[in-house]
Design a protein around this ligand. Structure first.
Ligand SMILES: Cc1ncc(C[n+]2csc(CCOP(=O)(O)OP(=O)(O)O)c2C)c(N)n1
Length: 557
């Protein structure tokens, strides 16, 4: 069996059904080996390695493991940002990156990133941004390298693993017998310690309890266990920005998103709580901003792989398998009296239809119609802050936001990965700046008629940077503002198969969005906003409490 074929059988054994990537001379053997094994697995050609890497990242967040293939040189370097996101967010992605044939490495080979003869060393680059990078030195090392990679990918502290495989190795036959695995991704983690659990059970008798749930809850498939615990301890529940799908956003216990982009009522709930329970999160900066002072005076029970970043009056950390820990904590807790919770208002965008289009109105329309089993993807910037604040996670679906690198344009590749992972409608909400960075990935959606609705909020600016420029720096240059563009019309002209249009009133948007949900393939809606709005971001609200928009005139001459 050829090395490339062995890698493909390995991926199939691990449950991977789609491999994302961009081709090239030093990775074509891998593409060919994948294509020969259709329909068990398929190669999906993306437009850019960043899109391929983020597609694999979202696929992994939804299915447990993702894979991406790129060539060496520019292809490898283009992948770096996506791998860094997976690393920072602990997402298991296997990246197979080609290298020139060994005999040519260091002798002026094409796209040489072998580190030999003064060339760029892809291993040094990827070591810095992945969980682990292996350079396969010989074809018969491959089985042990893949086995070590799998231990990391499916282990307790998952992250991306990069395999650098020279072209001549890819098409060499293994000389030793080797087997491929049948381990399917499951979120592992050691069983939690009994004594720690018992102590946590005692802490859970405190009242009132506030749970702040993070992204590891949905990824560990522990939503039911969290809901059970919340009911048992009669808790209010908030989520981190990247954990919106940890808990039913329509449940009466849910009070919103914690942190700088979140809801003020979470601050009040932390102050009122006798015990705060952080589940599946370490409470990074954006999730805890505004809550630190109150948290420092509370008991904090942290049910997560690693301890929290915050200080508390007393801290108890329960590491290990999240589902098992939550289940055990529920059984250690006496049942709460029948619930008296009413549904609080979770989203407060204005429903009113008016001629003037605001971000909140657009997001309210999305919130109203989002399919309950769909995938919601939110990009960076003002769009991200508003999307996280105003749109609820689909009840039975998922909401993904890439907070690892918080890189603009994540949602375009991620939408491709999500559509292949779930087959369900994905709604990607991004700014015009994010679209200009990575939006041509819609090409892949057109090619495969993927069920994706792209909503591009076009405020003709790097909106969040313009707000910072105006409110924090007090500048008047307006260098973050652009001239007008018509993204929907442009996309429609470029891709005959794409249903795309622009709109500038709430009712036009609602109609386009509704129609997109029933469309057989992708749809792009360009939302032409009149103003650059100040998003629901605590820093800006404190700086200029009554400012809702900032001047956006183009600053260059
Ligand atoms: C790859 C990357 N580069 C730069 C940034 C810094 N940044 C954060 S928000 C933003 C502007 C986003 O503009 P746009 O996508 O149009 O969204 P808006 O803020 O206008 O809603 C920038 C440049 C980033 N997050 N990611």
């Amino acid at each position: 069996m050829l090395a490339s074929e062995f890698i493909v059988e390995y991926l199939i054994g691990l449950g991977v059904r789609h491999v994302f990537g961009v081709g090239g001379a030093n990775i074509e053997d891998m593409f060919s080996a994948v294509q020969k094994r259709r329909p068990a697995i398929a190669a999906i050609l993306d437009v850019h390695e960043h899109a391929a890497g983020t597609a694999a990242d979202a696929y992994a967040r939804l299915r447990g493991l993702g894979a991406v293939m790129t060539t060496s040189g520019g292809g490898a370097m283009n992948l770096v940002h996506a791998i860094a996101e997976s690393r920072a967010a602990g997402v298991p992605v296997l990246a197979i990156v080609g290298e020139p044939p060994r005999a040519l490495q260091g002798c002026g080979a094409f796209q040489d990133t072998s580190g030999r003869g003064g060339t760029v060393d892809a291993r040094a680059v990827f070591e810095a941004v992945s969980a682990r990078c292996f350079r396969v030195g010989d074809v018969d090392q491959l089985p042990s390298v893949l086995s070590a990679a799998t231990d990391i990918l499916l282990g307790d502290a998952p992250g991306p693993v990069v395999l650098l495989v020279a072209k001549d190795i890819q098409h060499s036959a293994l000389t030793q017998p080797a087997t491929t695995p049948t381990r399917l991704p499951s979120v592992a983690g050691a069983a939690p310690d009994d004594a720690v659990l018992r102590k946590a059970g005692a802490w859970l008798r405190s009242r009132p309890v506030l749970i702040i749930a993070g992204p590891d809850v949905a990824r560990a498939n522990a939503r039911e266990e969290l809901a059970l615990l919340a009911a048992r301890v009669d808790a209010r529940v908030a989520t981190t920005p990247d954990g919106r799908d940890a808990f039913d956003n329509g449940d009466g216990r849910f009070i919103g998103v914690a942190g700088s982009m979140g809801h003020d009522r979470v601050q009040a709930a932390v102050r009122a709580a006798a015990l705060v329970v952080a589940v599946g999160t370490r409470l990074p900066q954006l999730a805890r901003q505004g809550l630190e002072a109150a948290l420092a005076e509370r008991m904090l029970l942290a049910v997560a792989d690693a301890p929290p970043f915050v200080t508390a009056a007393a801290l108890l950390h329960v590491p290990g398998n999240l589902r098992a820990a939550l289940r055990a904590l529920s059984t250690l807790t006496p049942e709460a009296p029948p619930g008296t919770r009413r549904a609080d208002a979770q989203t407060d965008p204005s429903d009113a239809d008016s001629a003037e289009m605001t971000t909140a109105q657009v997001l309210a329309a999305i919130d109203r119609s989002l399919p309950s089993d769909g995938v919601l993807l939110i990009d960076a910037g003002n769009t991200g802050a508003s999307g996280l604040h105003y749109v609820r996670a689909p009840r039975d679906g998922r909401a993904i936001v890439a907070m690892g690198m918080a890189g603009m344009g994540y949602t375009f590749g991620a939408a491709t990965g999500s559509a292949f992972a779930t087959g369900k409608r994905c709604v990607a909400v991004a700014g015009d700046g994010a679209f200009f960075m990575n939006g041509l990935e819609i090409h892949t959606a057109v090619e495969h008629a993927l069920p994706i609705t792209y909503v591009v909020l076009n405020n003709r600016a790097h909106g969040m940077c313009l707000v910072r420029e105006r409110l924090l720096l007090g500048e008047h240059g307006g260098y973050n503002a652009f001239r007008a563009s018509h993204i929907g019309a442009g996309a429609a002209a470029m891709f005959p198969g794409l249903c795309a249009a622009d709109c500038s009133t709430p009712s036009e948007f609602a109609a386009l969005f509704q129609a997109s949900l029933g469309a057989p393939g992708p749809t792009l809606i360009g939302v032409e906003l009149a103003e650059v709005e100040v998003p629901p971001f605590a820093l800006f609200q404190q700086q200029a409490p009554n400012t809702t928009v900032v001047p956006r005139e183009v600053g260059h001459d």
